[in-house]
Design a protein around this ligand. Structure first.
Ligand SMILES: [Zn+2]
Length: 113
């Protein structure tokens, strides 16, 4: 399930919310000042990095920040990295599964229902 960060437009309070489903842009009410509808913010990750860059800079031994795991585009990066290291070309099926997961992480949960 994706985690989004929301920021209060009045007091700047930031909360992390586990979102059921995908693409929800309307946030909860601010706990600090009571302002309704906190605004979703983009996590402080590098949003302009290409996927090839991500893959080549991926280090399986390094510890990843929370924002790494929050970023749905990093789903499957480890698997891709291992395949590449082993010299195995990912199959089209594998790639399309990853694309589905990245564009709609809630699908994993749907599939298990
Ligand atoms: Zn507030």
């Amino acid at each position: 399930m994706p985690i989004y960060e929301y920021k209060c437009p009045s007091c700047g309070n930031i909360v992390s919310v586990l979102v059921q489903g995908f693409g929800q842009s309307e946030g909860p009410d601010c706990e600090k000042c009571g302002t309704a509808g906190m605004k979703r913010i983009i996590s402080r990750v590098n949003y302009h990095q290409s996927h090839a860059d991500r893959l080549s800079s991926y280090d399986p031994k390094s510890r990843h920040s929370d924002s790494f795991y929050r970023d749905s585009r990093n789903i499957g990066l480890h698997a891709e990295h291992m395949l590449r290291k082993a010299g195995v070309k990912p199959t089209e099926e594998f790639k399309s599964k990853l694309e589905n997961l990245r564009s709609d992480p809630s699908r994993v949960i749907k599939d298990e229902e």
